[in-house]
Design a protein around this ligand. Structure first.
Ligand SMILES: CC(C)(COP(=O)(O)OP(=O)(O)OC[C@H]1O[C@@H](n2cnc3c(N)ncnc32)[C@H](O)[C@@H]1OP(=O)(O)O)[C@@H](O)C(=O)NCCC(=O)NCCS
Length: 196
């Protein structure tokens, strides 16, 4: 998905390939992009890097990788699909990916290494913490604050102006109507803490 988002902006990126510990034959074939090797291939490469790691519950993996990999002289790539819309007054941190159909509205502040997935809506003045992820078609109301490393599930809704802590997991389809403290998982309508 990241490669296709980058390709949507001809002339902006020159895609060298991807790294993955697994052979990924299907990705190579389907997306027509070479595999450069495992993570070690990054060490010898001066190019900008984008972390395309987006599954549920692994925002911390992205954070660990950023800490482990040598700092890129050229920074981390910021990929905004040409079919997304990002307000000129919004800010997007380095290493963040915004997928097709997403909307990031006026004054929103998106941290570093976030993922804003297909068709998600990040409304005006939302603050999205570093390493947070917004699932496909999820919507975050104006002025809401989402803490570092939190995950807003597929199609979830977050009420405007509320505060979601760090490392929170919001289940798919949830409607969050009040603040959520750090580290909780909430689901349902209205969203309630999910017992483990
Ligand atoms: C909330 C979530 C993390 C729970 O995952 P899990 O712990 O593996 O949960 P399970 O599938 O084992 O289900 C456990 C129970 O929770 C319920 N449940 C699971 N997800 C739920 C949700 N989003 N809303 C309401 N109930 C949910 C199940 O029906 C089940 O109920 P039961 O015990 O009465 O049968 C997960 O369902 C979820 O919403 N993930 C986000 C998915 C997503 O955003 N995907 C995007 C991919 S691009």
């Amino acid at each position: 998905m990241v490669a296709e988002a980058a390709r949507s902006r001809p002339g902006v990126f020159d895609l060298l390939g991807f790294v993955d510990p697994a052979p990924c034959y299907l990705t190579v074939q389907l997306v027509a992009i070479p595999r450069l090797g495992g993570d070690e291939a990054l060490e010898s490469n001066a190019a900008q890097v984008i972390l395309g790691i987006g599954a549920i519950g692994i925002n911390s993996v992205r954070k660990d990788l950023v800490a482990r990999l040598p700092r890129r002289q050229s920074g981390w790539a910021r990929v905004i699909d040409a079919r997304a819309w990002v307000s000129p007054s919004a800010s997007i941190g380095e290493g963040t990916v915004v997928m097709a159909g997403a909307i990031v509205q006026t004054g929103a502040k998106v941290g570093v290494h976030c993922v804003i997935n297909s068709g998600a809506v990040v409304e005006h003045d939302v603050e999205l913490g570093d390493f947070a992820q917004v699932g496909p078609a999820a919507a975050i109301g104006g002025g809401a604050v989402i803490g570092e490393g939190s995950y807003v599930g597929l199609g979830a809704r977050v009420r405007d102006h509320i505060r979601i802590g760090s490392r929170v997991l919001i289940g798919m389809g949830a409607v969050v109507v009040s603040d959520v403290p750090d580290g909780l998982c909430v689901t349902g309508v209205p969203a309630r803490t999910k017992s483990k």
